[in-house]
Design a protein around this ligand. Structure first.
Ligand code: ZN
Ligand code: ZN
Length: 249
C-alpha cells in the first residue's frame, strides 16, 4: 500500500502537468501560434495530453479560437455573460463537448489541425489514452491509489480549473486592459498562468501572460527552459505592453 501522502502529491503533479501542457501546447503553441515547437517537443506534449486528458487537439483549438472570435457575444461557446456564471462553472464540460462535436466549428476554426496519421491511429482515441494513462498510474502507485489520484485529477481538471478559467475569467476580477476578461493573480499560480485572462485577451499572440511584477505566469519559466534547450522558439510578437494603456482599477 502507498503512504498517505502519495495520492495528494500525485494528484497535484498530474493536474499541473495536464494544465501546463494544455496552456503551453494547445493554447499558446497551437491555438495562437505564439510558439514553434521542435517535433520532439510536439510529440511529447501530444502523448502527455493524450494520457492525462484524452483531448483532441483540433477540437480544443477550434473551440478556443471560436471563443476569441465571439468573446462574450452570441457564438461564444462558454460565455458566463451570456449563460450565467454558475452554468459555465458547473457545465463548462458540456458546453465544450457540444461545440467540439460540431464539424462546422472544427472546419471553420481549425482547418490547419485536421487529424494526421498519428491522430487517426492514437490521439483521437481519447478513452484509450486515458485508459492507458490510468493503467500506468495504477501500476506505478497501486490500484486504489492510482484510481483515486486519477479520479481526483479528472475532477480538478474538468470541473474545477478549466471552468474557473472560462467562467471566473469572464465574470469578475482585476483588469489591466479594456476587454471583457479578468485577471486572477493567485489563481494563475495553479492554472498555468491562464487566469491572467485579461492580459491574454489583450495580447492573444503573446507567449507570456504576465505583465506586472505582482503577476506570475508559471508556464513562462518552462517555456524559457524549453527554448534554451532548443525544443521551441517563441514566434509570437514580443510582449508589447508598453504600447498599451494600462488601467489601474
Ligand atoms: Zn477568454
Ligand atoms: Zn486564447
Amino acid at each position: 500500500m502507498s503512504p498517505a501522502w502519495v495520492v495528494p502529491c500525485v494528484t497535484i503533479v498530474l493536474t499541473q502537468v495536464a494544465v501546463i501542457a494544455t496552456s503551453i501546447y494547445l493554447h499558446r503553441a497551437l491555438a495562437h501560434r505564439a510558439l514553434d515547437l521542435h517535433p520532439i517537443a510536439d510529440l511529447v506534449f501530444r502523448i502527455t495530453l493524450w494520457l492525462t486528458t484524452g483531448q483532441s487537439r483540433q477540437q480544443w483549438v477550434a473551440v478556443h479560437r471560436k471563443h476569441h472570435t465571439f468573446t462574450d457575444r452570441p457564438g461564444d461557446p462558454h460565455s458566463p455573460r451570456l449563460l450565467g456564471f454558475w452554468r459555465v462553472q458547473l457545465f463548462n464540460v458540456a458546453y465544450y463537448i457540444r461545440e467540439a462535436k460540431n464539424a462546422k466549428t472544427l472546419e471553420a476554426f481549425a482547418p490547419d489541425l485536421r487529424p494526421d496519421r498519428l491522430d487517426r491511429l492514437l490521439f483521437t482515441r481519447g478513452f484509450l489514452g486515458v485508459g492507458i494513462g490510468l493503467s500506468l498510474l495504477c501500476m506505478l502507485i497501486g490500484l486504489w491509489a492510482g484510481l483515486i489520484a486519477g479520479g481526483l485529477h479528472a475532477v480538478l481538471y474538468v470541473f474545477v480549473l478549466a471552468p474557473l478559467i472560462n467562467a471566473l475569467g469572464h465574470w469578475r476580477g482585476t483588469k489591466n486592459f479594456d476587454n471583457t476578461a479578468y485577471n486572477w493573480r493567485l489563481l494563475a499560480w495553479i492554472t498555468g498562468g491562464e487566469s491572467l485572462h485579461n492580459n491574454h485577451h489583450a495580447h492573444p499572440r503573446s507567449a507570456k501572460f504576465s505583465l506586472r511584477r505582482s503577476e506570475f505566469d508559471p508556464s513562462w519559466p518552462i517555456i524559457r527552459s524549453l527554448a534554451a534547450a532548443g525544443l521551441l522558439v517563441v514566434s509570437g510578437p514580443p510582449v508589447a505592453w508598453a504600447r498599451v494603456t494600462v488601467r489601474r482599477d
